[in-house]
Design a protein around this ligand. Structure first.
Ligand code: AMP
Length: 284
């Protein structure tokens, strides 16, 4: 079944839930976003359209997942543009909450032990970030009742966290990971790219170039030499926070690769004041 009519926009969870309760026997594909939409977000909408009957997108800059107030305050907001992008992408429903309280009004306590996931990379560098992500995503799942939810592999650790949450809480939602969409020059698309100057945008290429370098060079055996060379390249242009190759399944960092195990390289670096994140698959 496909919905051809104009996109419905809901500013409160009450009206959205009412609308969804009138629809029977349909599969719902949910795409949570923080707005400032780009082709990366659109690839998620497209995938959701292919795999489900009704696509629900949310735009909500969630304060509980920001560990730096300046990052939250500077987050780009482009609602009018986002709405027309979603309409052109034939998104069926948009949840654009009128305020933070609308999302959090029915919150109940829960706990998920992320274990190692909470202590590595973003878990270590952004204390409380994944607690905020889980809080909001669980609430958004309860509001939108999706059959499938679509997440970008650009935030690979977030994708892993959501899969763990859904599994531990016994939520019957299929979590679909979608490929990273890049500019032609390799830069991973991100809402935060809008905060970069023209020169900084060029400098930002050091992230994807370093990942590509690791992808081309890291094979079976010791990879320390390549991690050091990659880190050197990052330091020349950016303020790197980490450059790690880890097992895709556990996110356990490694310095030596074995055949038969899947790995990804992960990088976070600041260009000026903008913190950028990217990752790539490593083929042993
Ligand atoms: P955000 O609005 O940054 O919270 O992102 C919303 C969703 O879009 C998340 O699942 C992201 O992983 C995904 N996303 C952001 N950028 C990209 C990209 N370049 N390619 C694929 N997915 C992306």
């Amino acid at each position: 079944m496909q919905f051809d009519s104009k996109m419905e926009i809901f500013r409160t969870q009450k009206t959205l839930k009412q609308y969804l309760s009138t629809l029977n026997e349909i599969t719902i594909g949910f795409v949570p976003t923080m707005g400032a939409l780009h082709q990366g977000h659109l690839s998620l909408i497209k995938r959701a359209k292919e795999e489900t009957d009704l696509v629900v997108c949310s735009i909500f800059v969630n304060p509980t997942q920001f560990n730096e107030s300046a990052d939250f305050e500077n987050y780009p907001i482009t609602h009018d543009k986002d709405i027309s992008i979603l309409e052109n992408a034939s998104c069926d429903v948009l949840y654009l909450p009128e305020n933070v309280a609308d999302v959090y009004q029915n919150e109940t306590d829960f706990s998920v032990d992320l274990g190692f996931l909470a202590t590595v990379m973003e878990g270590e560098k952004r204390p409380g970030h994944f607690d905020g992500v889980m809080r909001v995503v669980k609430l958004l799942f309860e509001i939108t009742t999706p059959t499938k939810a679509f997440f970008g592999l650009k935030d690979f650790q977030q994708y892993s966290v959501i899969r763990k949450m859904v599994s531990d809480l016994g939520m019957e939602i299929d979590i679909v990971g979608c490929d990273i969409i890049r500019e032609e020059n390799g830069l991973a698309m991100s809402s935060r790219n809008a905060l970069l100057s023209k020169t900084e945008k060029k400098d930002a290429l050091v992230l994807s170039k370093t990942l590509k370098f690791l992808q081309e060079n890291c094979k079976e055996g010791d990879i320390r030499k390549f991690l050091i060379e990659g880190m050197d390249a990052l330091f020349k242009i950016s303020i790197p926070e980490y450059l790690i190759v880890a097992e895709s399944k556990t996110l356990k960092p490694v310095i030596s690769l074995k055949k038969g195990i899947k790995y990804r390289a992960f990088v976070v670096a600041k260009i000026g004041n903008v913190r950028l994140i990217d990752n790539i698959e490593i083929f042993v």
